[in-house]
Design a binder for this molecule. Structure first.
Ligand code: FES
Ligand code: FES
Length: 152
């Protein structure tokens, strides 16, 4: 199959059971996306599929033949990545690639007016709720939220 990652097309010969996360990490050696739980619970593996954030541990690579995959490696110059550096939005850094990919997708969702249970003018709570699928075991949320708010 062909997988387009960060604008580059790759020809891959994969077992059909291979997840997108394993295809990225084990076959393309793009190790930015992390494997935390491998069960869709932690968000460490978040990447963008045609601009929408997904847990790549829950997606079969073979189903993404025509998709445009963006990983943290493709966001090196992105303002969200810069904001995380400026706000020290991490401690060990394990969750950070997923946090940044998720934040990029989330900010786009906000821009498009996707609804949330939290009032629109409470930006910090909006960010916390919309980012609730990305866990940080170091508890760096106090810096992650301002980083995303700044990038917004
Ligand atoms: Fe995919 Fe945890 S590794 S959600
Ligand atoms: Fe360590 Fe988030 S920075 S898990």
């Amino acid at each position: 199959m062909n997988l387009v990652v960060n604008g580059v097309e790759h020809a891959l010969d994969l077992d059909p059971r291979t997840t997108l996360l394993d295809a990225l990490r084990e076959h393309l050696h793009l190790t930015g996306a992390k494997k935390g739980c491998d069960h869709g619970q932690c968000g460490a593996c978040t990447v963008l599929l045609d601009g929408r954030r997904v847990n790549s541990c829950l997606v079969l690579a073979v189903s993404q033949q025509d998709a445009d995959v963006t990983t943290i490696e493709g966001l090196a110059e992105h303002p969200v990545q810069r904001a995380f550096l400026e706000h020290d939005g991490f401690q060990c850094g394990y969750c950070t690639p997923g946090q940044i990919c998720s934040a990029v997708g989330m900010l786009d969702e906000m821009k498009q007016g996707w609804p949330s249970a939290v009032p629109d003018d409470d930006v910090d709570r909006q960010i916390r709720e919309r980012m609730s699928g990305n866990l940080c075991r170091c508890g760096a949320y106090a810096n992650i939220v301002p980083a995303i708010a700044d990038a917004r």
